[in-house]
Design a protein around this ligand. Structure first.
Ligand SMILES: Cc1ncc(COP(=O)(O)O)c(C=O)c1O
Length: 404
């Protein structure tokens, strides 16, 4: 029984949506994308949603937008507080725009930024916090929001892994001045590739609209705060470039499929949460395995396991057993980013020691969650790990016995 990391979330509705778009013949960004953006904004309770071709592009466009804000724009050399674990393209736009990164460790159980250390990360040059909810589990977004408000910082919320999660009844992705989502294949909803930037701030949203589309004024309403007023001459108005931009537009089929996926979202989240309850029930109480502690309401992207570093468990042996049992697994998000060669291109430092992110890097992995019943797969995983995760420390067999 293969237990894969990800599987398709599509059914006949998505295929029909693609066929309809192809038949109608308008293939590049248009009405379907516009309707998806509207539905997305309504689903998550935000004023603006701007679709792009990936979550990475949403991060890039978001950072670019903050450099072009009329008031208090970001500037090269400004500092951004970031968690030590996230995906590469949480960080890359920051480097590409000449920002300095200040890495903070994560909590070993939630895997999110350790916000108790935020104050020590603050310097006179700090301008922004990058808040990331790892693998469906809400970070302390309320704490980050308060910290940013207190110190006059932007809060950029990279929510690319946690669509559908919430904290205190508020959707993750909507705590920041702007938030980003990914609709890549393996994520909670899939448009193949895709991403969305959301914001309640009209200026940020309109900047994002222009930047995703060559820096063009074409997608902006006449009363946009970006101004100036549309030109009288339609010949020049049709091709008016107001700022530097990219082409990171989504396709119409992505918008059309996204609309179908949003209709299924709550059902898919329910199944993911039922799988999570089974996973937690089977693994809880065994000292060998450190599970991701749910904070708020997780949308359970996946199931993380960190092999308790004090018990001397051989991860290679565990991984070998999972391979033999046809169970897919991988590094937790991008692991500790500082362990990657890419870090040498960055202007960065750390606020305090990076301990837990390294433990997750060296002793952790995740297995997949899917919007279908995984009772059998998770039960099999439990049996495989029970056999393979041998401890070398005699002091450590208590949990192992009680949980098996
Ligand atoms: C935290 C985070 N940010 C950004 C991204 C980038 O999203 P995409 O793969 O759609 O480019 C990912 C991808 O999984 C992610 O996990």
């Amino acid at each position: 029984m293969p237990y894969d990391l990800a599987s398709t979330t599509w059914g006949p509705e998505e295929t029909a949506a693609i066929e309809r778009v192809v038949r109608e013949g308008r293939l590049t960004m248009g009405e379907n994308v516009r309707r998806f953006e509207e539905a997305f904004a309504a689903t998550f309770g935000v004023r603006h949603a701007v679709m792009v071709n990936s979550g990475s592009s949403a991060n890039l466009v978001g950072v670019a937008a903050l450099f072009h804000k009329r008031e208090r724009p970001l500037q090269r050399g400004d500092e951004v507080i970031v968690p030590a674990i996230s995906w590469a393209t949480t960080f890359h736009p920051l480097q590409q725009y000449g920002l300095k990164l200040r890495f903070l460790d994560v909590e070993l159980d939630t895997l999110n930024m350790d916000v108790s250390q935020l104050a020590r990360a603050l310097t006179p040059r700090t301008r922004m916090v990058m808040g990331v909810s790892i693998l469906g589990n809400p970070a302390a977004l309320d704490v980050i929001r308060r910290f940013c408000d207190t110190h006059g910082l932007y809060f950029f919320e990279d929510n690319c892994e946690s669509l559908g999660a919430s904290l205190n009844g508020k959707a993750c992705g909507t705590f920041g001045d702007l938030g980003t989502f990914s609709t890549f294949y393996s994520h909670h909803i899939s448009t193949m590739e895709g991403g969305v930037l959301v914001s309640d701030n009209t200026e940020i949203a309109h900047l994002a609209r222009a930047i995703r589309n060559h820096g063009w004024a074409r997608d902006l309403p006449a009363d946009s705060p970006l101004g100036p007023q549309p030109l009288d001459d339609p010949f020049f108005e049709a091709y008016r470039f107001i700022m530097p931009g990219y082409n990171v537009r989504p396709l119409e089929i992505c918008g059309a499929v996204g609309l179908e996926q949003l209709k299924k979202l709550s059902g898919m989240l329910e199944v993911r949460r039922a799988n999570a309850a089974h996973f937690v029930k089977l693994f809880r109480g065994d000292d060998r395995f450190i599970l991701q502690r749910e904070h708020g309401r997780s949308s359970w992207f996946s199931f993380t396991i960190i092999l308790n570093p004090s018990l001397g468990i051989d991860r290679a042996r565990v991984m070998d057993a999972m391979r033999k049992a046809d169970i897919g697994f991988r590094m937790i998000t991008g692991g500790c980013f500082l362990r990657h060669e890419a870090a040498k291109f960055f202007d960065y430092d750390t606020a305090g020691a990076i301990v837990n992110a390294n433990i997750a890097h060296d002793h952790g992995f995740f297995v997949g969650n899917h919007p279908r019943d995984l009772t059998k797969e998770i039960t099999e995983l439990r049996a495989v790990l029970d056999g393979a995760a041998q401890t070398t420390s005699p002091a450590a067999t208590r949990g192992q016995r009680s949980a098996s």
